[in-house]
Design a protein around this ligand. Structure first.
Ligand SMILES: [Zn+2]
Length: 93
């Protein structure tokens, strides 16, 4: 727990991302939201970030740990997991 606190996340980035996610979720149908809460991921599109050379596919998913919608791209050597940007819980992709 304390370790997590020490790592310190950039609140500003988190807030911007939270707004981005909120907007993506508001465009979804009730059925899509239901699907998210039942463990499905929704492809949002290809996006790039500061200091990236290319684009990655971003997905919307439901984080069971912090009970909120999250958005991330497949990470890891095999690009096989998503990471909640708020609590850093990982989910198999
Ligand atoms: Zn989370």
């Amino acid at each position: 727990m304390f370790f997590k606190f020490l790592k310190g996340r950039n609140k500003k980035v988190d807030n911007a991302l939270a707004i981005e996610i909120q907007q993506a979720v508001s465009d979804l149908s009730t059925f899509s939201k239901w699907r998210l809460k039942h463990g499905q991921k929704i492809f949002l599109g290809l996006e790039t970030r500061k200091n990236w050379t290319g684009y990655s596919p971003f997905y919307l998913f439901w984080c069971q740990n912090c009970s909120r919608y999250a958005k991330d791209y497949p990470r890891g050597f095999f690009q096989n997991y998503l990471c909640c940007p708020f609590c850093e819980t990982t989910y198999d992709f």
